[in-house]
Write a protein that binds this ligand. Structure first.
Ligand SMILES: *Cc1c(COP(=O)(O)O)cnc(C)c1O
Length: 385
């Protein structure tokens, strides 16, 4: 079986997977062990200590590589732990050009942790890929792209950015958390590295915190494996198992997330009490052309601003929702609603936040896979009240 030729819907289930060698278990056992017996010093079966490698984690890492059309997958304790490993590739004095409206925790990691180690970050609106080049100098080592962006749903042209990255010999990393490989595979568009918060759609059931990296180049993979083992922010076997189980239904969940996302976006767009709806599937969305070319569909994330635009009304609406749960996070089977300015993006200073459009009236929805009619009825009652 030539794995590379398998379609996505088959890779999610079989990619990089083999029945377990011991008893033929179809799902990899949860190898809840820290260490492995050796017959003679150094005489082991490929595993010696679970920070370095664990068979359940290996099964997950192989699945991650397969679904992202990459060669090497690495799994971490969280999405931010995966990002932390990427930035540790850099040295003091190096510079990073990053998307300006990105996940609040990513911004905090860059600004409040790594800046004090002498790494400089530029936060740039990347909808026009050409503006990136103006921020690149001889110290630039990495371009960090998040698309669609969180929570403004801007779409960045990965292929366009990759041309700039290649021209300047800079590494390109894409946070593919929102889209998932169901919608886009950045490595196929010229990215060097894909990162995931597998806590979200890949895990898909809001029961695990986990991060992932996927790359194609052996040299880059080796450097990241070194950091993964040396810094040690690995995920445990139970969490690896949960993420792997989640991936097996990614394609069916994503199909429904996209259908429901569209239904909710269209409902909100026609509502008299709503000022703006952010969803890349609208033809009027400023980056719709790129989204249409780059993505297979438009995903389940929808943001909107009610007519009054004030914080009180936004909070009132999210508190009134009953089927949507008011909570951080996204990408699970259940629908969630959030108020980015006071939740996911509270760690970004108000002025910075508002520059990228995250105003106090903004509400973000992670549309789940429930009945679309129930979700719309829930929004209807909350908007009326
Ligand atoms: C949640 C999230 C992260 C951080 O991942 P954790 O698993 O929470 O550490 C990074 N990027 C995006 C887009 C996210 O939504």
């Amino acid at each position: 079986m030539d794995e590379k030729k398998l379609k996505f819907n088959t890779k999610t289930i079989h990619g990089g997977q083999h029945p377990d060698k011991a008893y033929g278990a179809v799902m990899p056992p949860i190898y809840q062990t820290s260490t492995y017996a050796q017959t003679t010093p150094g005489g082991h079966q490929g595993y010696e200590y679970s920070r370095s490698a664990n068979p359940t984690r290996t099964a997950l890492e192989n699945a991650l590589a397969s679904i992202e059309n990459g060669k090497f997958g690495l799994a971490f304790a969280s999405g931010l732990a995966a990002m932390d490993a990427v930035i540790k590739l850099l040295n003091p004095g190096d510079e990073v050009v990053s998307t300006n409206d990105l996940y609040g925790g990513s911004y905090r990691l860059f600004k409040q942790v790594f800046e004090k180690y002498g790494i400089k970050f530029h936060f740039v609106g990347m909808q026009d890929a050409d503006t990136i080049a103006t921020y690149i100098n001889e110290n630039t080592k990495l371009i960090w792209v998040e698309t669609p962006t969180n929570p403004m749903m801007n779409v960045i042209d990965i292929e366009g950015v990759s041309q700039i990255a290649k021209k300047h010999d800079v590494l390109l990393a894409v946070d593919n958390t929102f889209a998932t490989p169901y919608l886009q595979t950045p490595l196929d568009m010229g990215a060097d590295l894909v990162m995931h918060s597998a806590t979200k759609y890949l895990g898909g059931h809001s029961d695990v915190v986990l991060g992932a990296l996927v790359v194609n180049e052996k040299e880059l993979a080796d450097k990241l494996y070194f950091i993964q083992n040396a810094s040690g922010a690995v995920c445990g076997p139970m969490d690896s198992f949960l993420a792997l189980r989640g991936i097996k239904t990614l394609h069916v969940r994503m199909q429904r997330h996209c259908e429901n996302g569209r239904a909710v976006a269209e409902y909100l767009n026609g509502h008299s009490e709503i000022d703006k709806v952010f969803w890349p599937g609208f033809e009027t969305h400023p980056n719709h052309g790129i989204a249409k070319r780059q993505m297979n569909d438009y995903g389940g994330m929808v943001s909107f601003i009610p007519k009054s635009g004030n914080k009180k009304d936004a909070i009132n609406i999210v508190e009134k929702l009953k089927v949507f749960t008011l909570a951080e996070s996204l990408g699970g089977v259940e629908s969630l609603a959030g108020h980015p300015a006071s939740m996911t993006h509270a760690s970004i200073p108000k002025e910075e936040r508002e520059k990228s459009g995250v105003v106090d009236g903004l509400i973000r929805l992670s549309v789940g896979i429930e009945d679309a009619g129930d979700l719309i009825a829930d929004l209807e009652q909350a908007l009326k009240a």
